[in-house]
Design a binder for this molecule. Structure first.
Ligand code: C2O
Length: 350
């Protein structure tokens, strides 16, 4: 059976999140504000009919001051929403925490919590998460063409953290990062809290070769690229993440604080409190789109347990909506696309 969304109607359905590295329980209260609300209505999401939003690389939007003003204003407005508003910035980050850190039991069973990492759920769940986040931002500035930027970490030009995130006076800034990895440092796809002694050129070449290998090996094998099957009531600690998720995990670690508890990006509880999260995930999502296109948009898993897996999110009005993986496969249905950027790794020597 497919994973079903959390039951939001039961007062006791959502639990305090689990993350042993956090001693302050405030961080672990990730349940949504509508939890247990008797008037709660969950409806099937009506896909928008707005113009195509075009997500551009961060290194490019950095030069577009008009866009940057909009983006910063939107984030600022989101941060300023009352905490009881599900579209508030911190509330949005808690959606990620709740879905990742064992807050939602399946069928009331606390030993079978919903988890959106380390399996075939990873890419589609995060696609929807960004979709709603992006639409909320657009709504707040009254611009239904607003699109998130992507951190183009698979392109040598984009391998350092984009400067759009590193200005301490910007609403896109986050204080909990490893600043020794600030530009011009090159990201390391194999980072695991140890800085390797490599020249920039050597690191760029390694990254490109790794990305190429990920695509080459993963193209015929969606499980390898996207992650193992995960069905209702199964424990995700027994499934493996796909190669793309593994690279993304290193990027999380590389950005977040080096010390425990690795705020913000280095741990699921707080990762989405850093605006850079949405830039990383936009690129992960773009790489998935690229992967799909290379496979002629063939469905990766012809399996109802994947296609019918269902989640709930808040739409831009703050309403709770239900979405299925099968409806996430076509990005034009979701009204967004990616501006092209070269994929130099396609030709790099493995
Ligand atoms: Cu849900 Cu980048 O993690």
């Amino acid at each position: 059976n497919p994973i079903m969304p959390p039951d939001l109607n039961e007062g006791a359905a959502c639990k305090i999140a689990v993350e042993p590295n956090f001693t302050d329980p405030e961080f672990l209260k990730c349940c949504p504000p509508y939890q247990g609300d008797a008037t709660l209505v969950v409806t099937d999401y009506t896909f928008p009919k707005t113009t195509l939003r075009v997500r551009r690389p961060a290194q490019e939007v950095a030069k577009d001051s008009e866009y940057m003003e909009k983006f910063k204003t939107a984030i600022q407005l989101m941060k300023a929403l009352p905490e009881t508003d599900p579209r508030n910035f911190i509330q949005q980050s808690k959606i990620h925490c709740a879905y990742c850190n064992e807050a939602y039991p399946q069928n009331g069973d606390v030993n079978a919590t919903i988890s959106v990492h380390s399996s075939w759920i990873f890419l589609p769940w995060h696609r929807y998460y960004l979709h709603f986040f992006e639409r909320i931002l657009g709504k707040l500035i009254g611009d239904d063409t607003f699109a998130l930027p992507y951190w183009n970490f698979d392109n040598p030009d984009g391998m350092p953290i984009s400067t759009i995130y590193t200005d301490p006076t910007s609403p896109l800034y986050d204080a909990f990062r490893d600043t020794t990895h600030y530009p011009p440092k090159i990201v390391d796809y194999k980072y695991n809290y140890v800085d390797r002694e490599l020249t920039d050129d050597a690191l760029i070449a390694e990254n490109l070769a790794y990305m190429r290998k990920t695509f080459k090996e993963g193209e015929p094998l969606p499980e390898l690229f996207m992650g193992d099957p995960l069905r209702a009531m199964e424990n995700p600690s027994l499934t493996s993440p796909g190669q793309l998720e593994v690279i993304h995990n290193s990027i999380h670690m590389w950005v977040g604080e080096r010390e425990v508890p690795h705020r913000d990006m280095g741990t699921f509880v707080t990762a989405a409190r850093d605006c850079i999260f949405y830039g990383v995930h936009a690129n992960v999502d773009r790489l998935w789109s690229f992967y799909r296109a290379r496979r002629g948009n063939r469905v990766e898993f012809n399996d109802r347990d994947w296609l019918d897996a269902t989640f709930v999110f808040y739409d831009e009005e703050g309403k709770v909506v239900r979405v299925k993986i099968s409806d996430s496969l076509n990005t034009s249905k979701m009204c967004y696309t990616y501006a092209e950027s070269t994929a130099p790794w396609l030709g790099a020597v493995p």
